[in-house]
Each structure stands twice: as C-alpha cells, then as structure tokens.
Design a binder for this molecule. Structure first.
Ligand code: LAG
Ligand code: CA
Length: 497
C-alpha cells in the first residue's frame, strides 16, 4: 500500500484541485499522458452538502462535508467519473481519490449535490443511509464515545477526544461499527472496481489506526483491466505532524503526507533566518522527516497554500518554480504537484478572509471548464502550475532519474547548488541575489550538447532555450546571472540535441 501503482514506474502525480471529471479526462489525453505524469489526485467525488450562506458561497471546503457516497458533485456525476478513470488509465495516468470517511457534514439539512436528503439534527443521511446510532457523539450515553459537552474536539492531546469527537463540527462516524465499516468499504471497493489506483485519506489523525486497518484490510485488489493481479491500492494518509498524534501510528498502513517538507523548502528558498540552499544537501530523513519510502512530498497543497506563511505557492512564481524543480530533481519521497485555481486574497489582521472562495464558477455556481490558451497554459481562473514549462519538464527529469542516486553535489556554501542523478540528469540552481554562478561543474552526463529544459524545450532535434555543452570529462561550464527569470539549468539524457 506504499507503492503508487503508476504505469512505467512514473514518479510524480498532480493534485487537480476542484477540476471537473470531463476536464481531467481531457487533460490526461492531451497533456498528462504525453508529459510523463503518473496520476491525478482528484477532489472528493462523494456527494456533499452544498454550502451557501450570506457570506460564503459554495466554498471549496464543502467537498469535505459528505452526505452520501454517490459520485455526484460539482466535479461531475458517476458516469463522467467512470469515463475519466477509464480514459486516464488508457493513457497510463492513474486516478487517486480523496477519501473523506472520518465524518459527514456539519449541521444543516436539505439535499446534497446529488439530491440525497439529509438532516443533521436527527443525524440522518438517507443516501447512505446513516442514522443517529452511526455517529460517535450521541445523546444515548450507552452509545456515545465522545464526552465533551458540545461534541467537539477540545483537547488535542487526548487521543479519545481527537478520534471520537467532532472536528470543525463535522458529524463523526463510528468507524468501529460493523455497519459503518461496511458502508465505507462498499464505497471504496466501488471506486476500486471502476479502476482507481489509490487514495488520499482525509483527517487521518481523527481516526483510530485499528479502524483503518480493519477497513483497508477489506479492500479488494485493483482492477485487473488496468493493474497487475494482486495490486493493492496506494494509500496516502493525511497526517499533519505535531498536532495531536503522530504519523508513526499510521505508517504501516501507507505513505504519509510529509508537511514539513514544504514548510522547510519554502523557508529555505525564501532564505528565512539565514537559511541557504547549500543546507539541502541532506534534505529528507536527516531533517527529521519520514523514511524516503514512506513519504509523500509536495511544495504546497490546498490547505498549506492557504494557511502556512513559509510555504511558496503560484503567487511567488519565481521561487515556486525553483522549489518545484528542486523537489523533482532531488531523490526523496514520492512527489505530488499542486494545480490550483486563482482567488483574490483579502487580508484582515494577518488572515486572508477570502480563503474559503471556491473554484471558478458561473452564475449558477457550476464549475467552469478549464480552458487551454495558445501558450499551453490555462484561462478561466485556473492556474495550472503543472503546465508551467519549468515544472512540466522536470517531471520527465524525475522519471528518467528514478533509481539513480544523488552524485556530484556542489555548492558555494550559500544559495548556489548543483547535483546529478547518476549519469542520467543534472541540475544547477542559483538563488543568490547579488552574484552570478560561473563555474565548470561535473554533470555526470556523457559528452554532448544538451538542451536546458528550464529555459526551453527540445523541438525537432533542436533546442528553444540554452544549449549546454558537456565535455569528454563530463564537465560543463555553467553561467547563471542572478537576475534571470529562472535562475536554473537542468539537462538529462533525453534532452541531448
Ligand atoms: C483535511 N485534512 O485532513 C482537509 O485537507 C481540510 O481541508 C479539511 O477542512 C479537513 N481535513 C476536514 O475534512 C476543510 C476546511 C475547513 C472546513 C472543513 C469542512 O479547511 O475550514 O470547515 O473542510 O468543510 C468549515 C469551516 C468551519 C466550520 C465547518 C463546518 O471553516 O469553521 O466549523 O466548515 O461548518
Ligand atoms: Ca473520528
């Protein structure tokens, strides 16, 4: 459950946050397959509570408030979801589902995005169905598992409260009940039967490891129309370290989201507190992070891009491209890229009061299609970081470098670094402000002319960017001015011209 089940051992996936299924299917065919992307993490496909109050209209976070397991959301319906999974698999691009199984919605009643009736005051969700006894905090004292007066988690250091009480007022499911487990397992096995490759599991610290073991142990093997017989679903557990609970309790079940990775990387590229790129030489386990094979790494995700000051995002585009290039070049963890929608921030008392804003939508709150413009980037409010050349081309770099360790590390003790991945690929980054990088460096690569895939692309055997000449002794002279748009150079065995 730690192996991502990618086709051809591809090394990176992308979170297409809030995209419609029809757009993802197209993206697999026209972009992700051809560019070596291993898969897509999709937003939760389970029917959710539509949130529309005077202040908050259809926020992205309503997707984290399920009301049934029918595949019917603003991203699309069941048949669109199935079509997407099939078409992406045909391109060798896997689909990973964001699983919300810790809880259902917060207080409210009405109809979900798929038309299922729910009433949280009586704790009924007809689309599943769930009723009052299926939840942890219950008026009936013989049934309850949570003893706080308002059913909320207050003391995060108390594992019982953390797992049995409500997070943000979301009705907490009794995952030790045979009935609830059955409903959850049926939902997941249905997704597996469609052909998904794995899951990102939401709110893991709010669930007991034993309940998750029982649930994951009942999952079917992946669909043999697309996967080898006996393949087990890839599991990524959303664990934010240091906030009531630890990833060590869950690591046997799958990989964990290594949030520290993006926090540190952002701080290093921002040069906070005198930090320098040269310190990244031993990035990974030596920094107190998970073992390589247990880590899912990312520069930002939909939560950290809204909440964490050191994290770099599309708004810091120059640093963002550098941090992503480093992540994709560096041999640690399984990589997830982020692909966002744009929203206008509005800062009050150091907080963005618009952080709830949902995906681009029309006047009826239907999510807008992702439009691709003539430059191959996105319009209609979609940022599509994954399509930025500097990030897109580094995906192939990582695929080609897989299995080859880091060699030929060089740094200037400050913010200029270079390293190769065996004899397959080589990268140089200059994040120093005042001065150029002007060095002859060991690339590890065989003699020849190589196209720098940061400044351009290989096209018709030529190069639209810089050409780097590697000599008989495998060294190359590299010059990177400090004020370059992208102060980096990356070459690999498939960029030889
Ligand atoms: C996650 N990971 O473990 C998600 O990545 C994170 O985005 C989810 O919270 C969280 N777990 C629960 O699934 C998101 C928003 C919250 C939002 C919640 C439920 O970050 O802000 O809560 O989804 O939609 C919102 C309000 C709360 C309110 C609650 C219920 O912010 O103030 O109490 O809704 O109305
Ligand atoms: Ca729980």
């Amino acid at each position: 459950q730690h192996a991502p089940n990618t086709a051809y051992d591809k090394q990176a996936i992308v979170q297409l946050f809030e995209w419609r299924w029809v757009d993802i299917a197209e993206e697999c065919e026209r972009f992700l397959g051809p560019n070596g992307f291993g898969g897509v993490q999709v937003s939760p496909p389970s029917e959710n509570m539509p949130i529309d109050s005077p202040d908050v209209h259809r926020p992205w976070y309503e997707r984290y408030q399920p009301v049934s397991y029918h595949l019917n959301t603003r991203s699309g319906n069941d048949s669109e979801f199935r079509d997407m999974v099939h078409r992406c698999n045909q391109q060798g691009v896997r689909i990973y589902v964001d699983l919300v199984i810790n809880h259902m919605s917060a207080l409210g009643c009405g109809y979900g995005t798929g038309g299922s009736y729910f009433n949280t005051y009586s704790k009924e969700y007809e689309g599943v169905p769930y009723g009052a006894f299926d939840f942890n905090c219950n008026d009936d004292v013989t049934q309850t598992r949570c003893y706080t007066s308002d059913c909320e988690v207050h003391n995060i250091d108390d594992p019982f409260e953390m797992r049995n009480c409500r997070l943000f007022g979301l009705l907490d499911l009794k995952l030790d009940s045979e009935y609830v487990r059955g409903k959850v397992v049926d939902y997941i096995n249905y997704l597996i039967s469609i052909g998904v490759a794995g899951f990102r599991v939401d709110a893991v610290k709010h669930m007991w490891p034993g309940d998750m073991e029982a649930i994951f142990g009942r999952l079917n093997d992946l669909n043999t129309a697309y996967f080898w017989p006996g393949s087990r679903p890839f599991i990524v557990l959303e664990v934010i370290e240091g906030w009531g609970g630890s990833s060590s309790e869950y690591i046997h079940l799958g990989r964990v989201t290594e949030f520290e990775y993006g926090y540190h990387l952002g701080a290093v590229f921002r040069k906070w507190d005198g930090r320098t790129l040269s310190s990244l030489k031993d990035f990974g386990e030596d920094w107190g992070m998970e073992w390589d094979g247990n880590a899912l790494v990312f520069v930002d995700n939909h939560d950290s891009q809204r909440s964490h000051a050191s994290v770099v995002t599309f708004r810091d585009s120059r640093l963002y491209k550098m941090a992503n290039a480093f992540m994709l070049a560096f041999p640690y963890g399984f990589v997830r890229l982020m692909s966002s929608f744009y929203w206008d921030q509005y800062w009050e008392d150091g907080k963005d009061v618009n952080s709830w804003v949902g995906p681009p939508s029309d006047s009826n709150w239907n999510i807008l299609p992702v439009q691709i413009n003539g430059m191959g980037t996105c319009d209609n409010g979609w940022v599509c970081e994954h399509r930025w050349r500097q990030i897109r081309n580094m995906v192939l770099f990582r695929n080609l470098a897989a299995g080859h360790g880091m060699y030929n590390w060089w740094d200037n003790n400050l913010n200029q670094i270079a390293f190769s991945r065996g004899d397959r690929a080589f990268i140089v980054i200059n994040n120093d402000d005042g001065w150029a990088l002007d060095e002859t460096l060991q690339t590890g690569l065989p003699q020849g002319d190589y196209c720098d895939v940061i400044s351009g692309d290989v096209s018709d055997g030529g190069c639209t960017g810089k050409t780097i000449t590697v000599g008989w002794d495998r060294t190359a002279h590299i010059y990177i001015a400090p004020d370059e748009e992208d102060p980096m150079v990356a070459i690999h065995v498939a960029s030889k011209v």
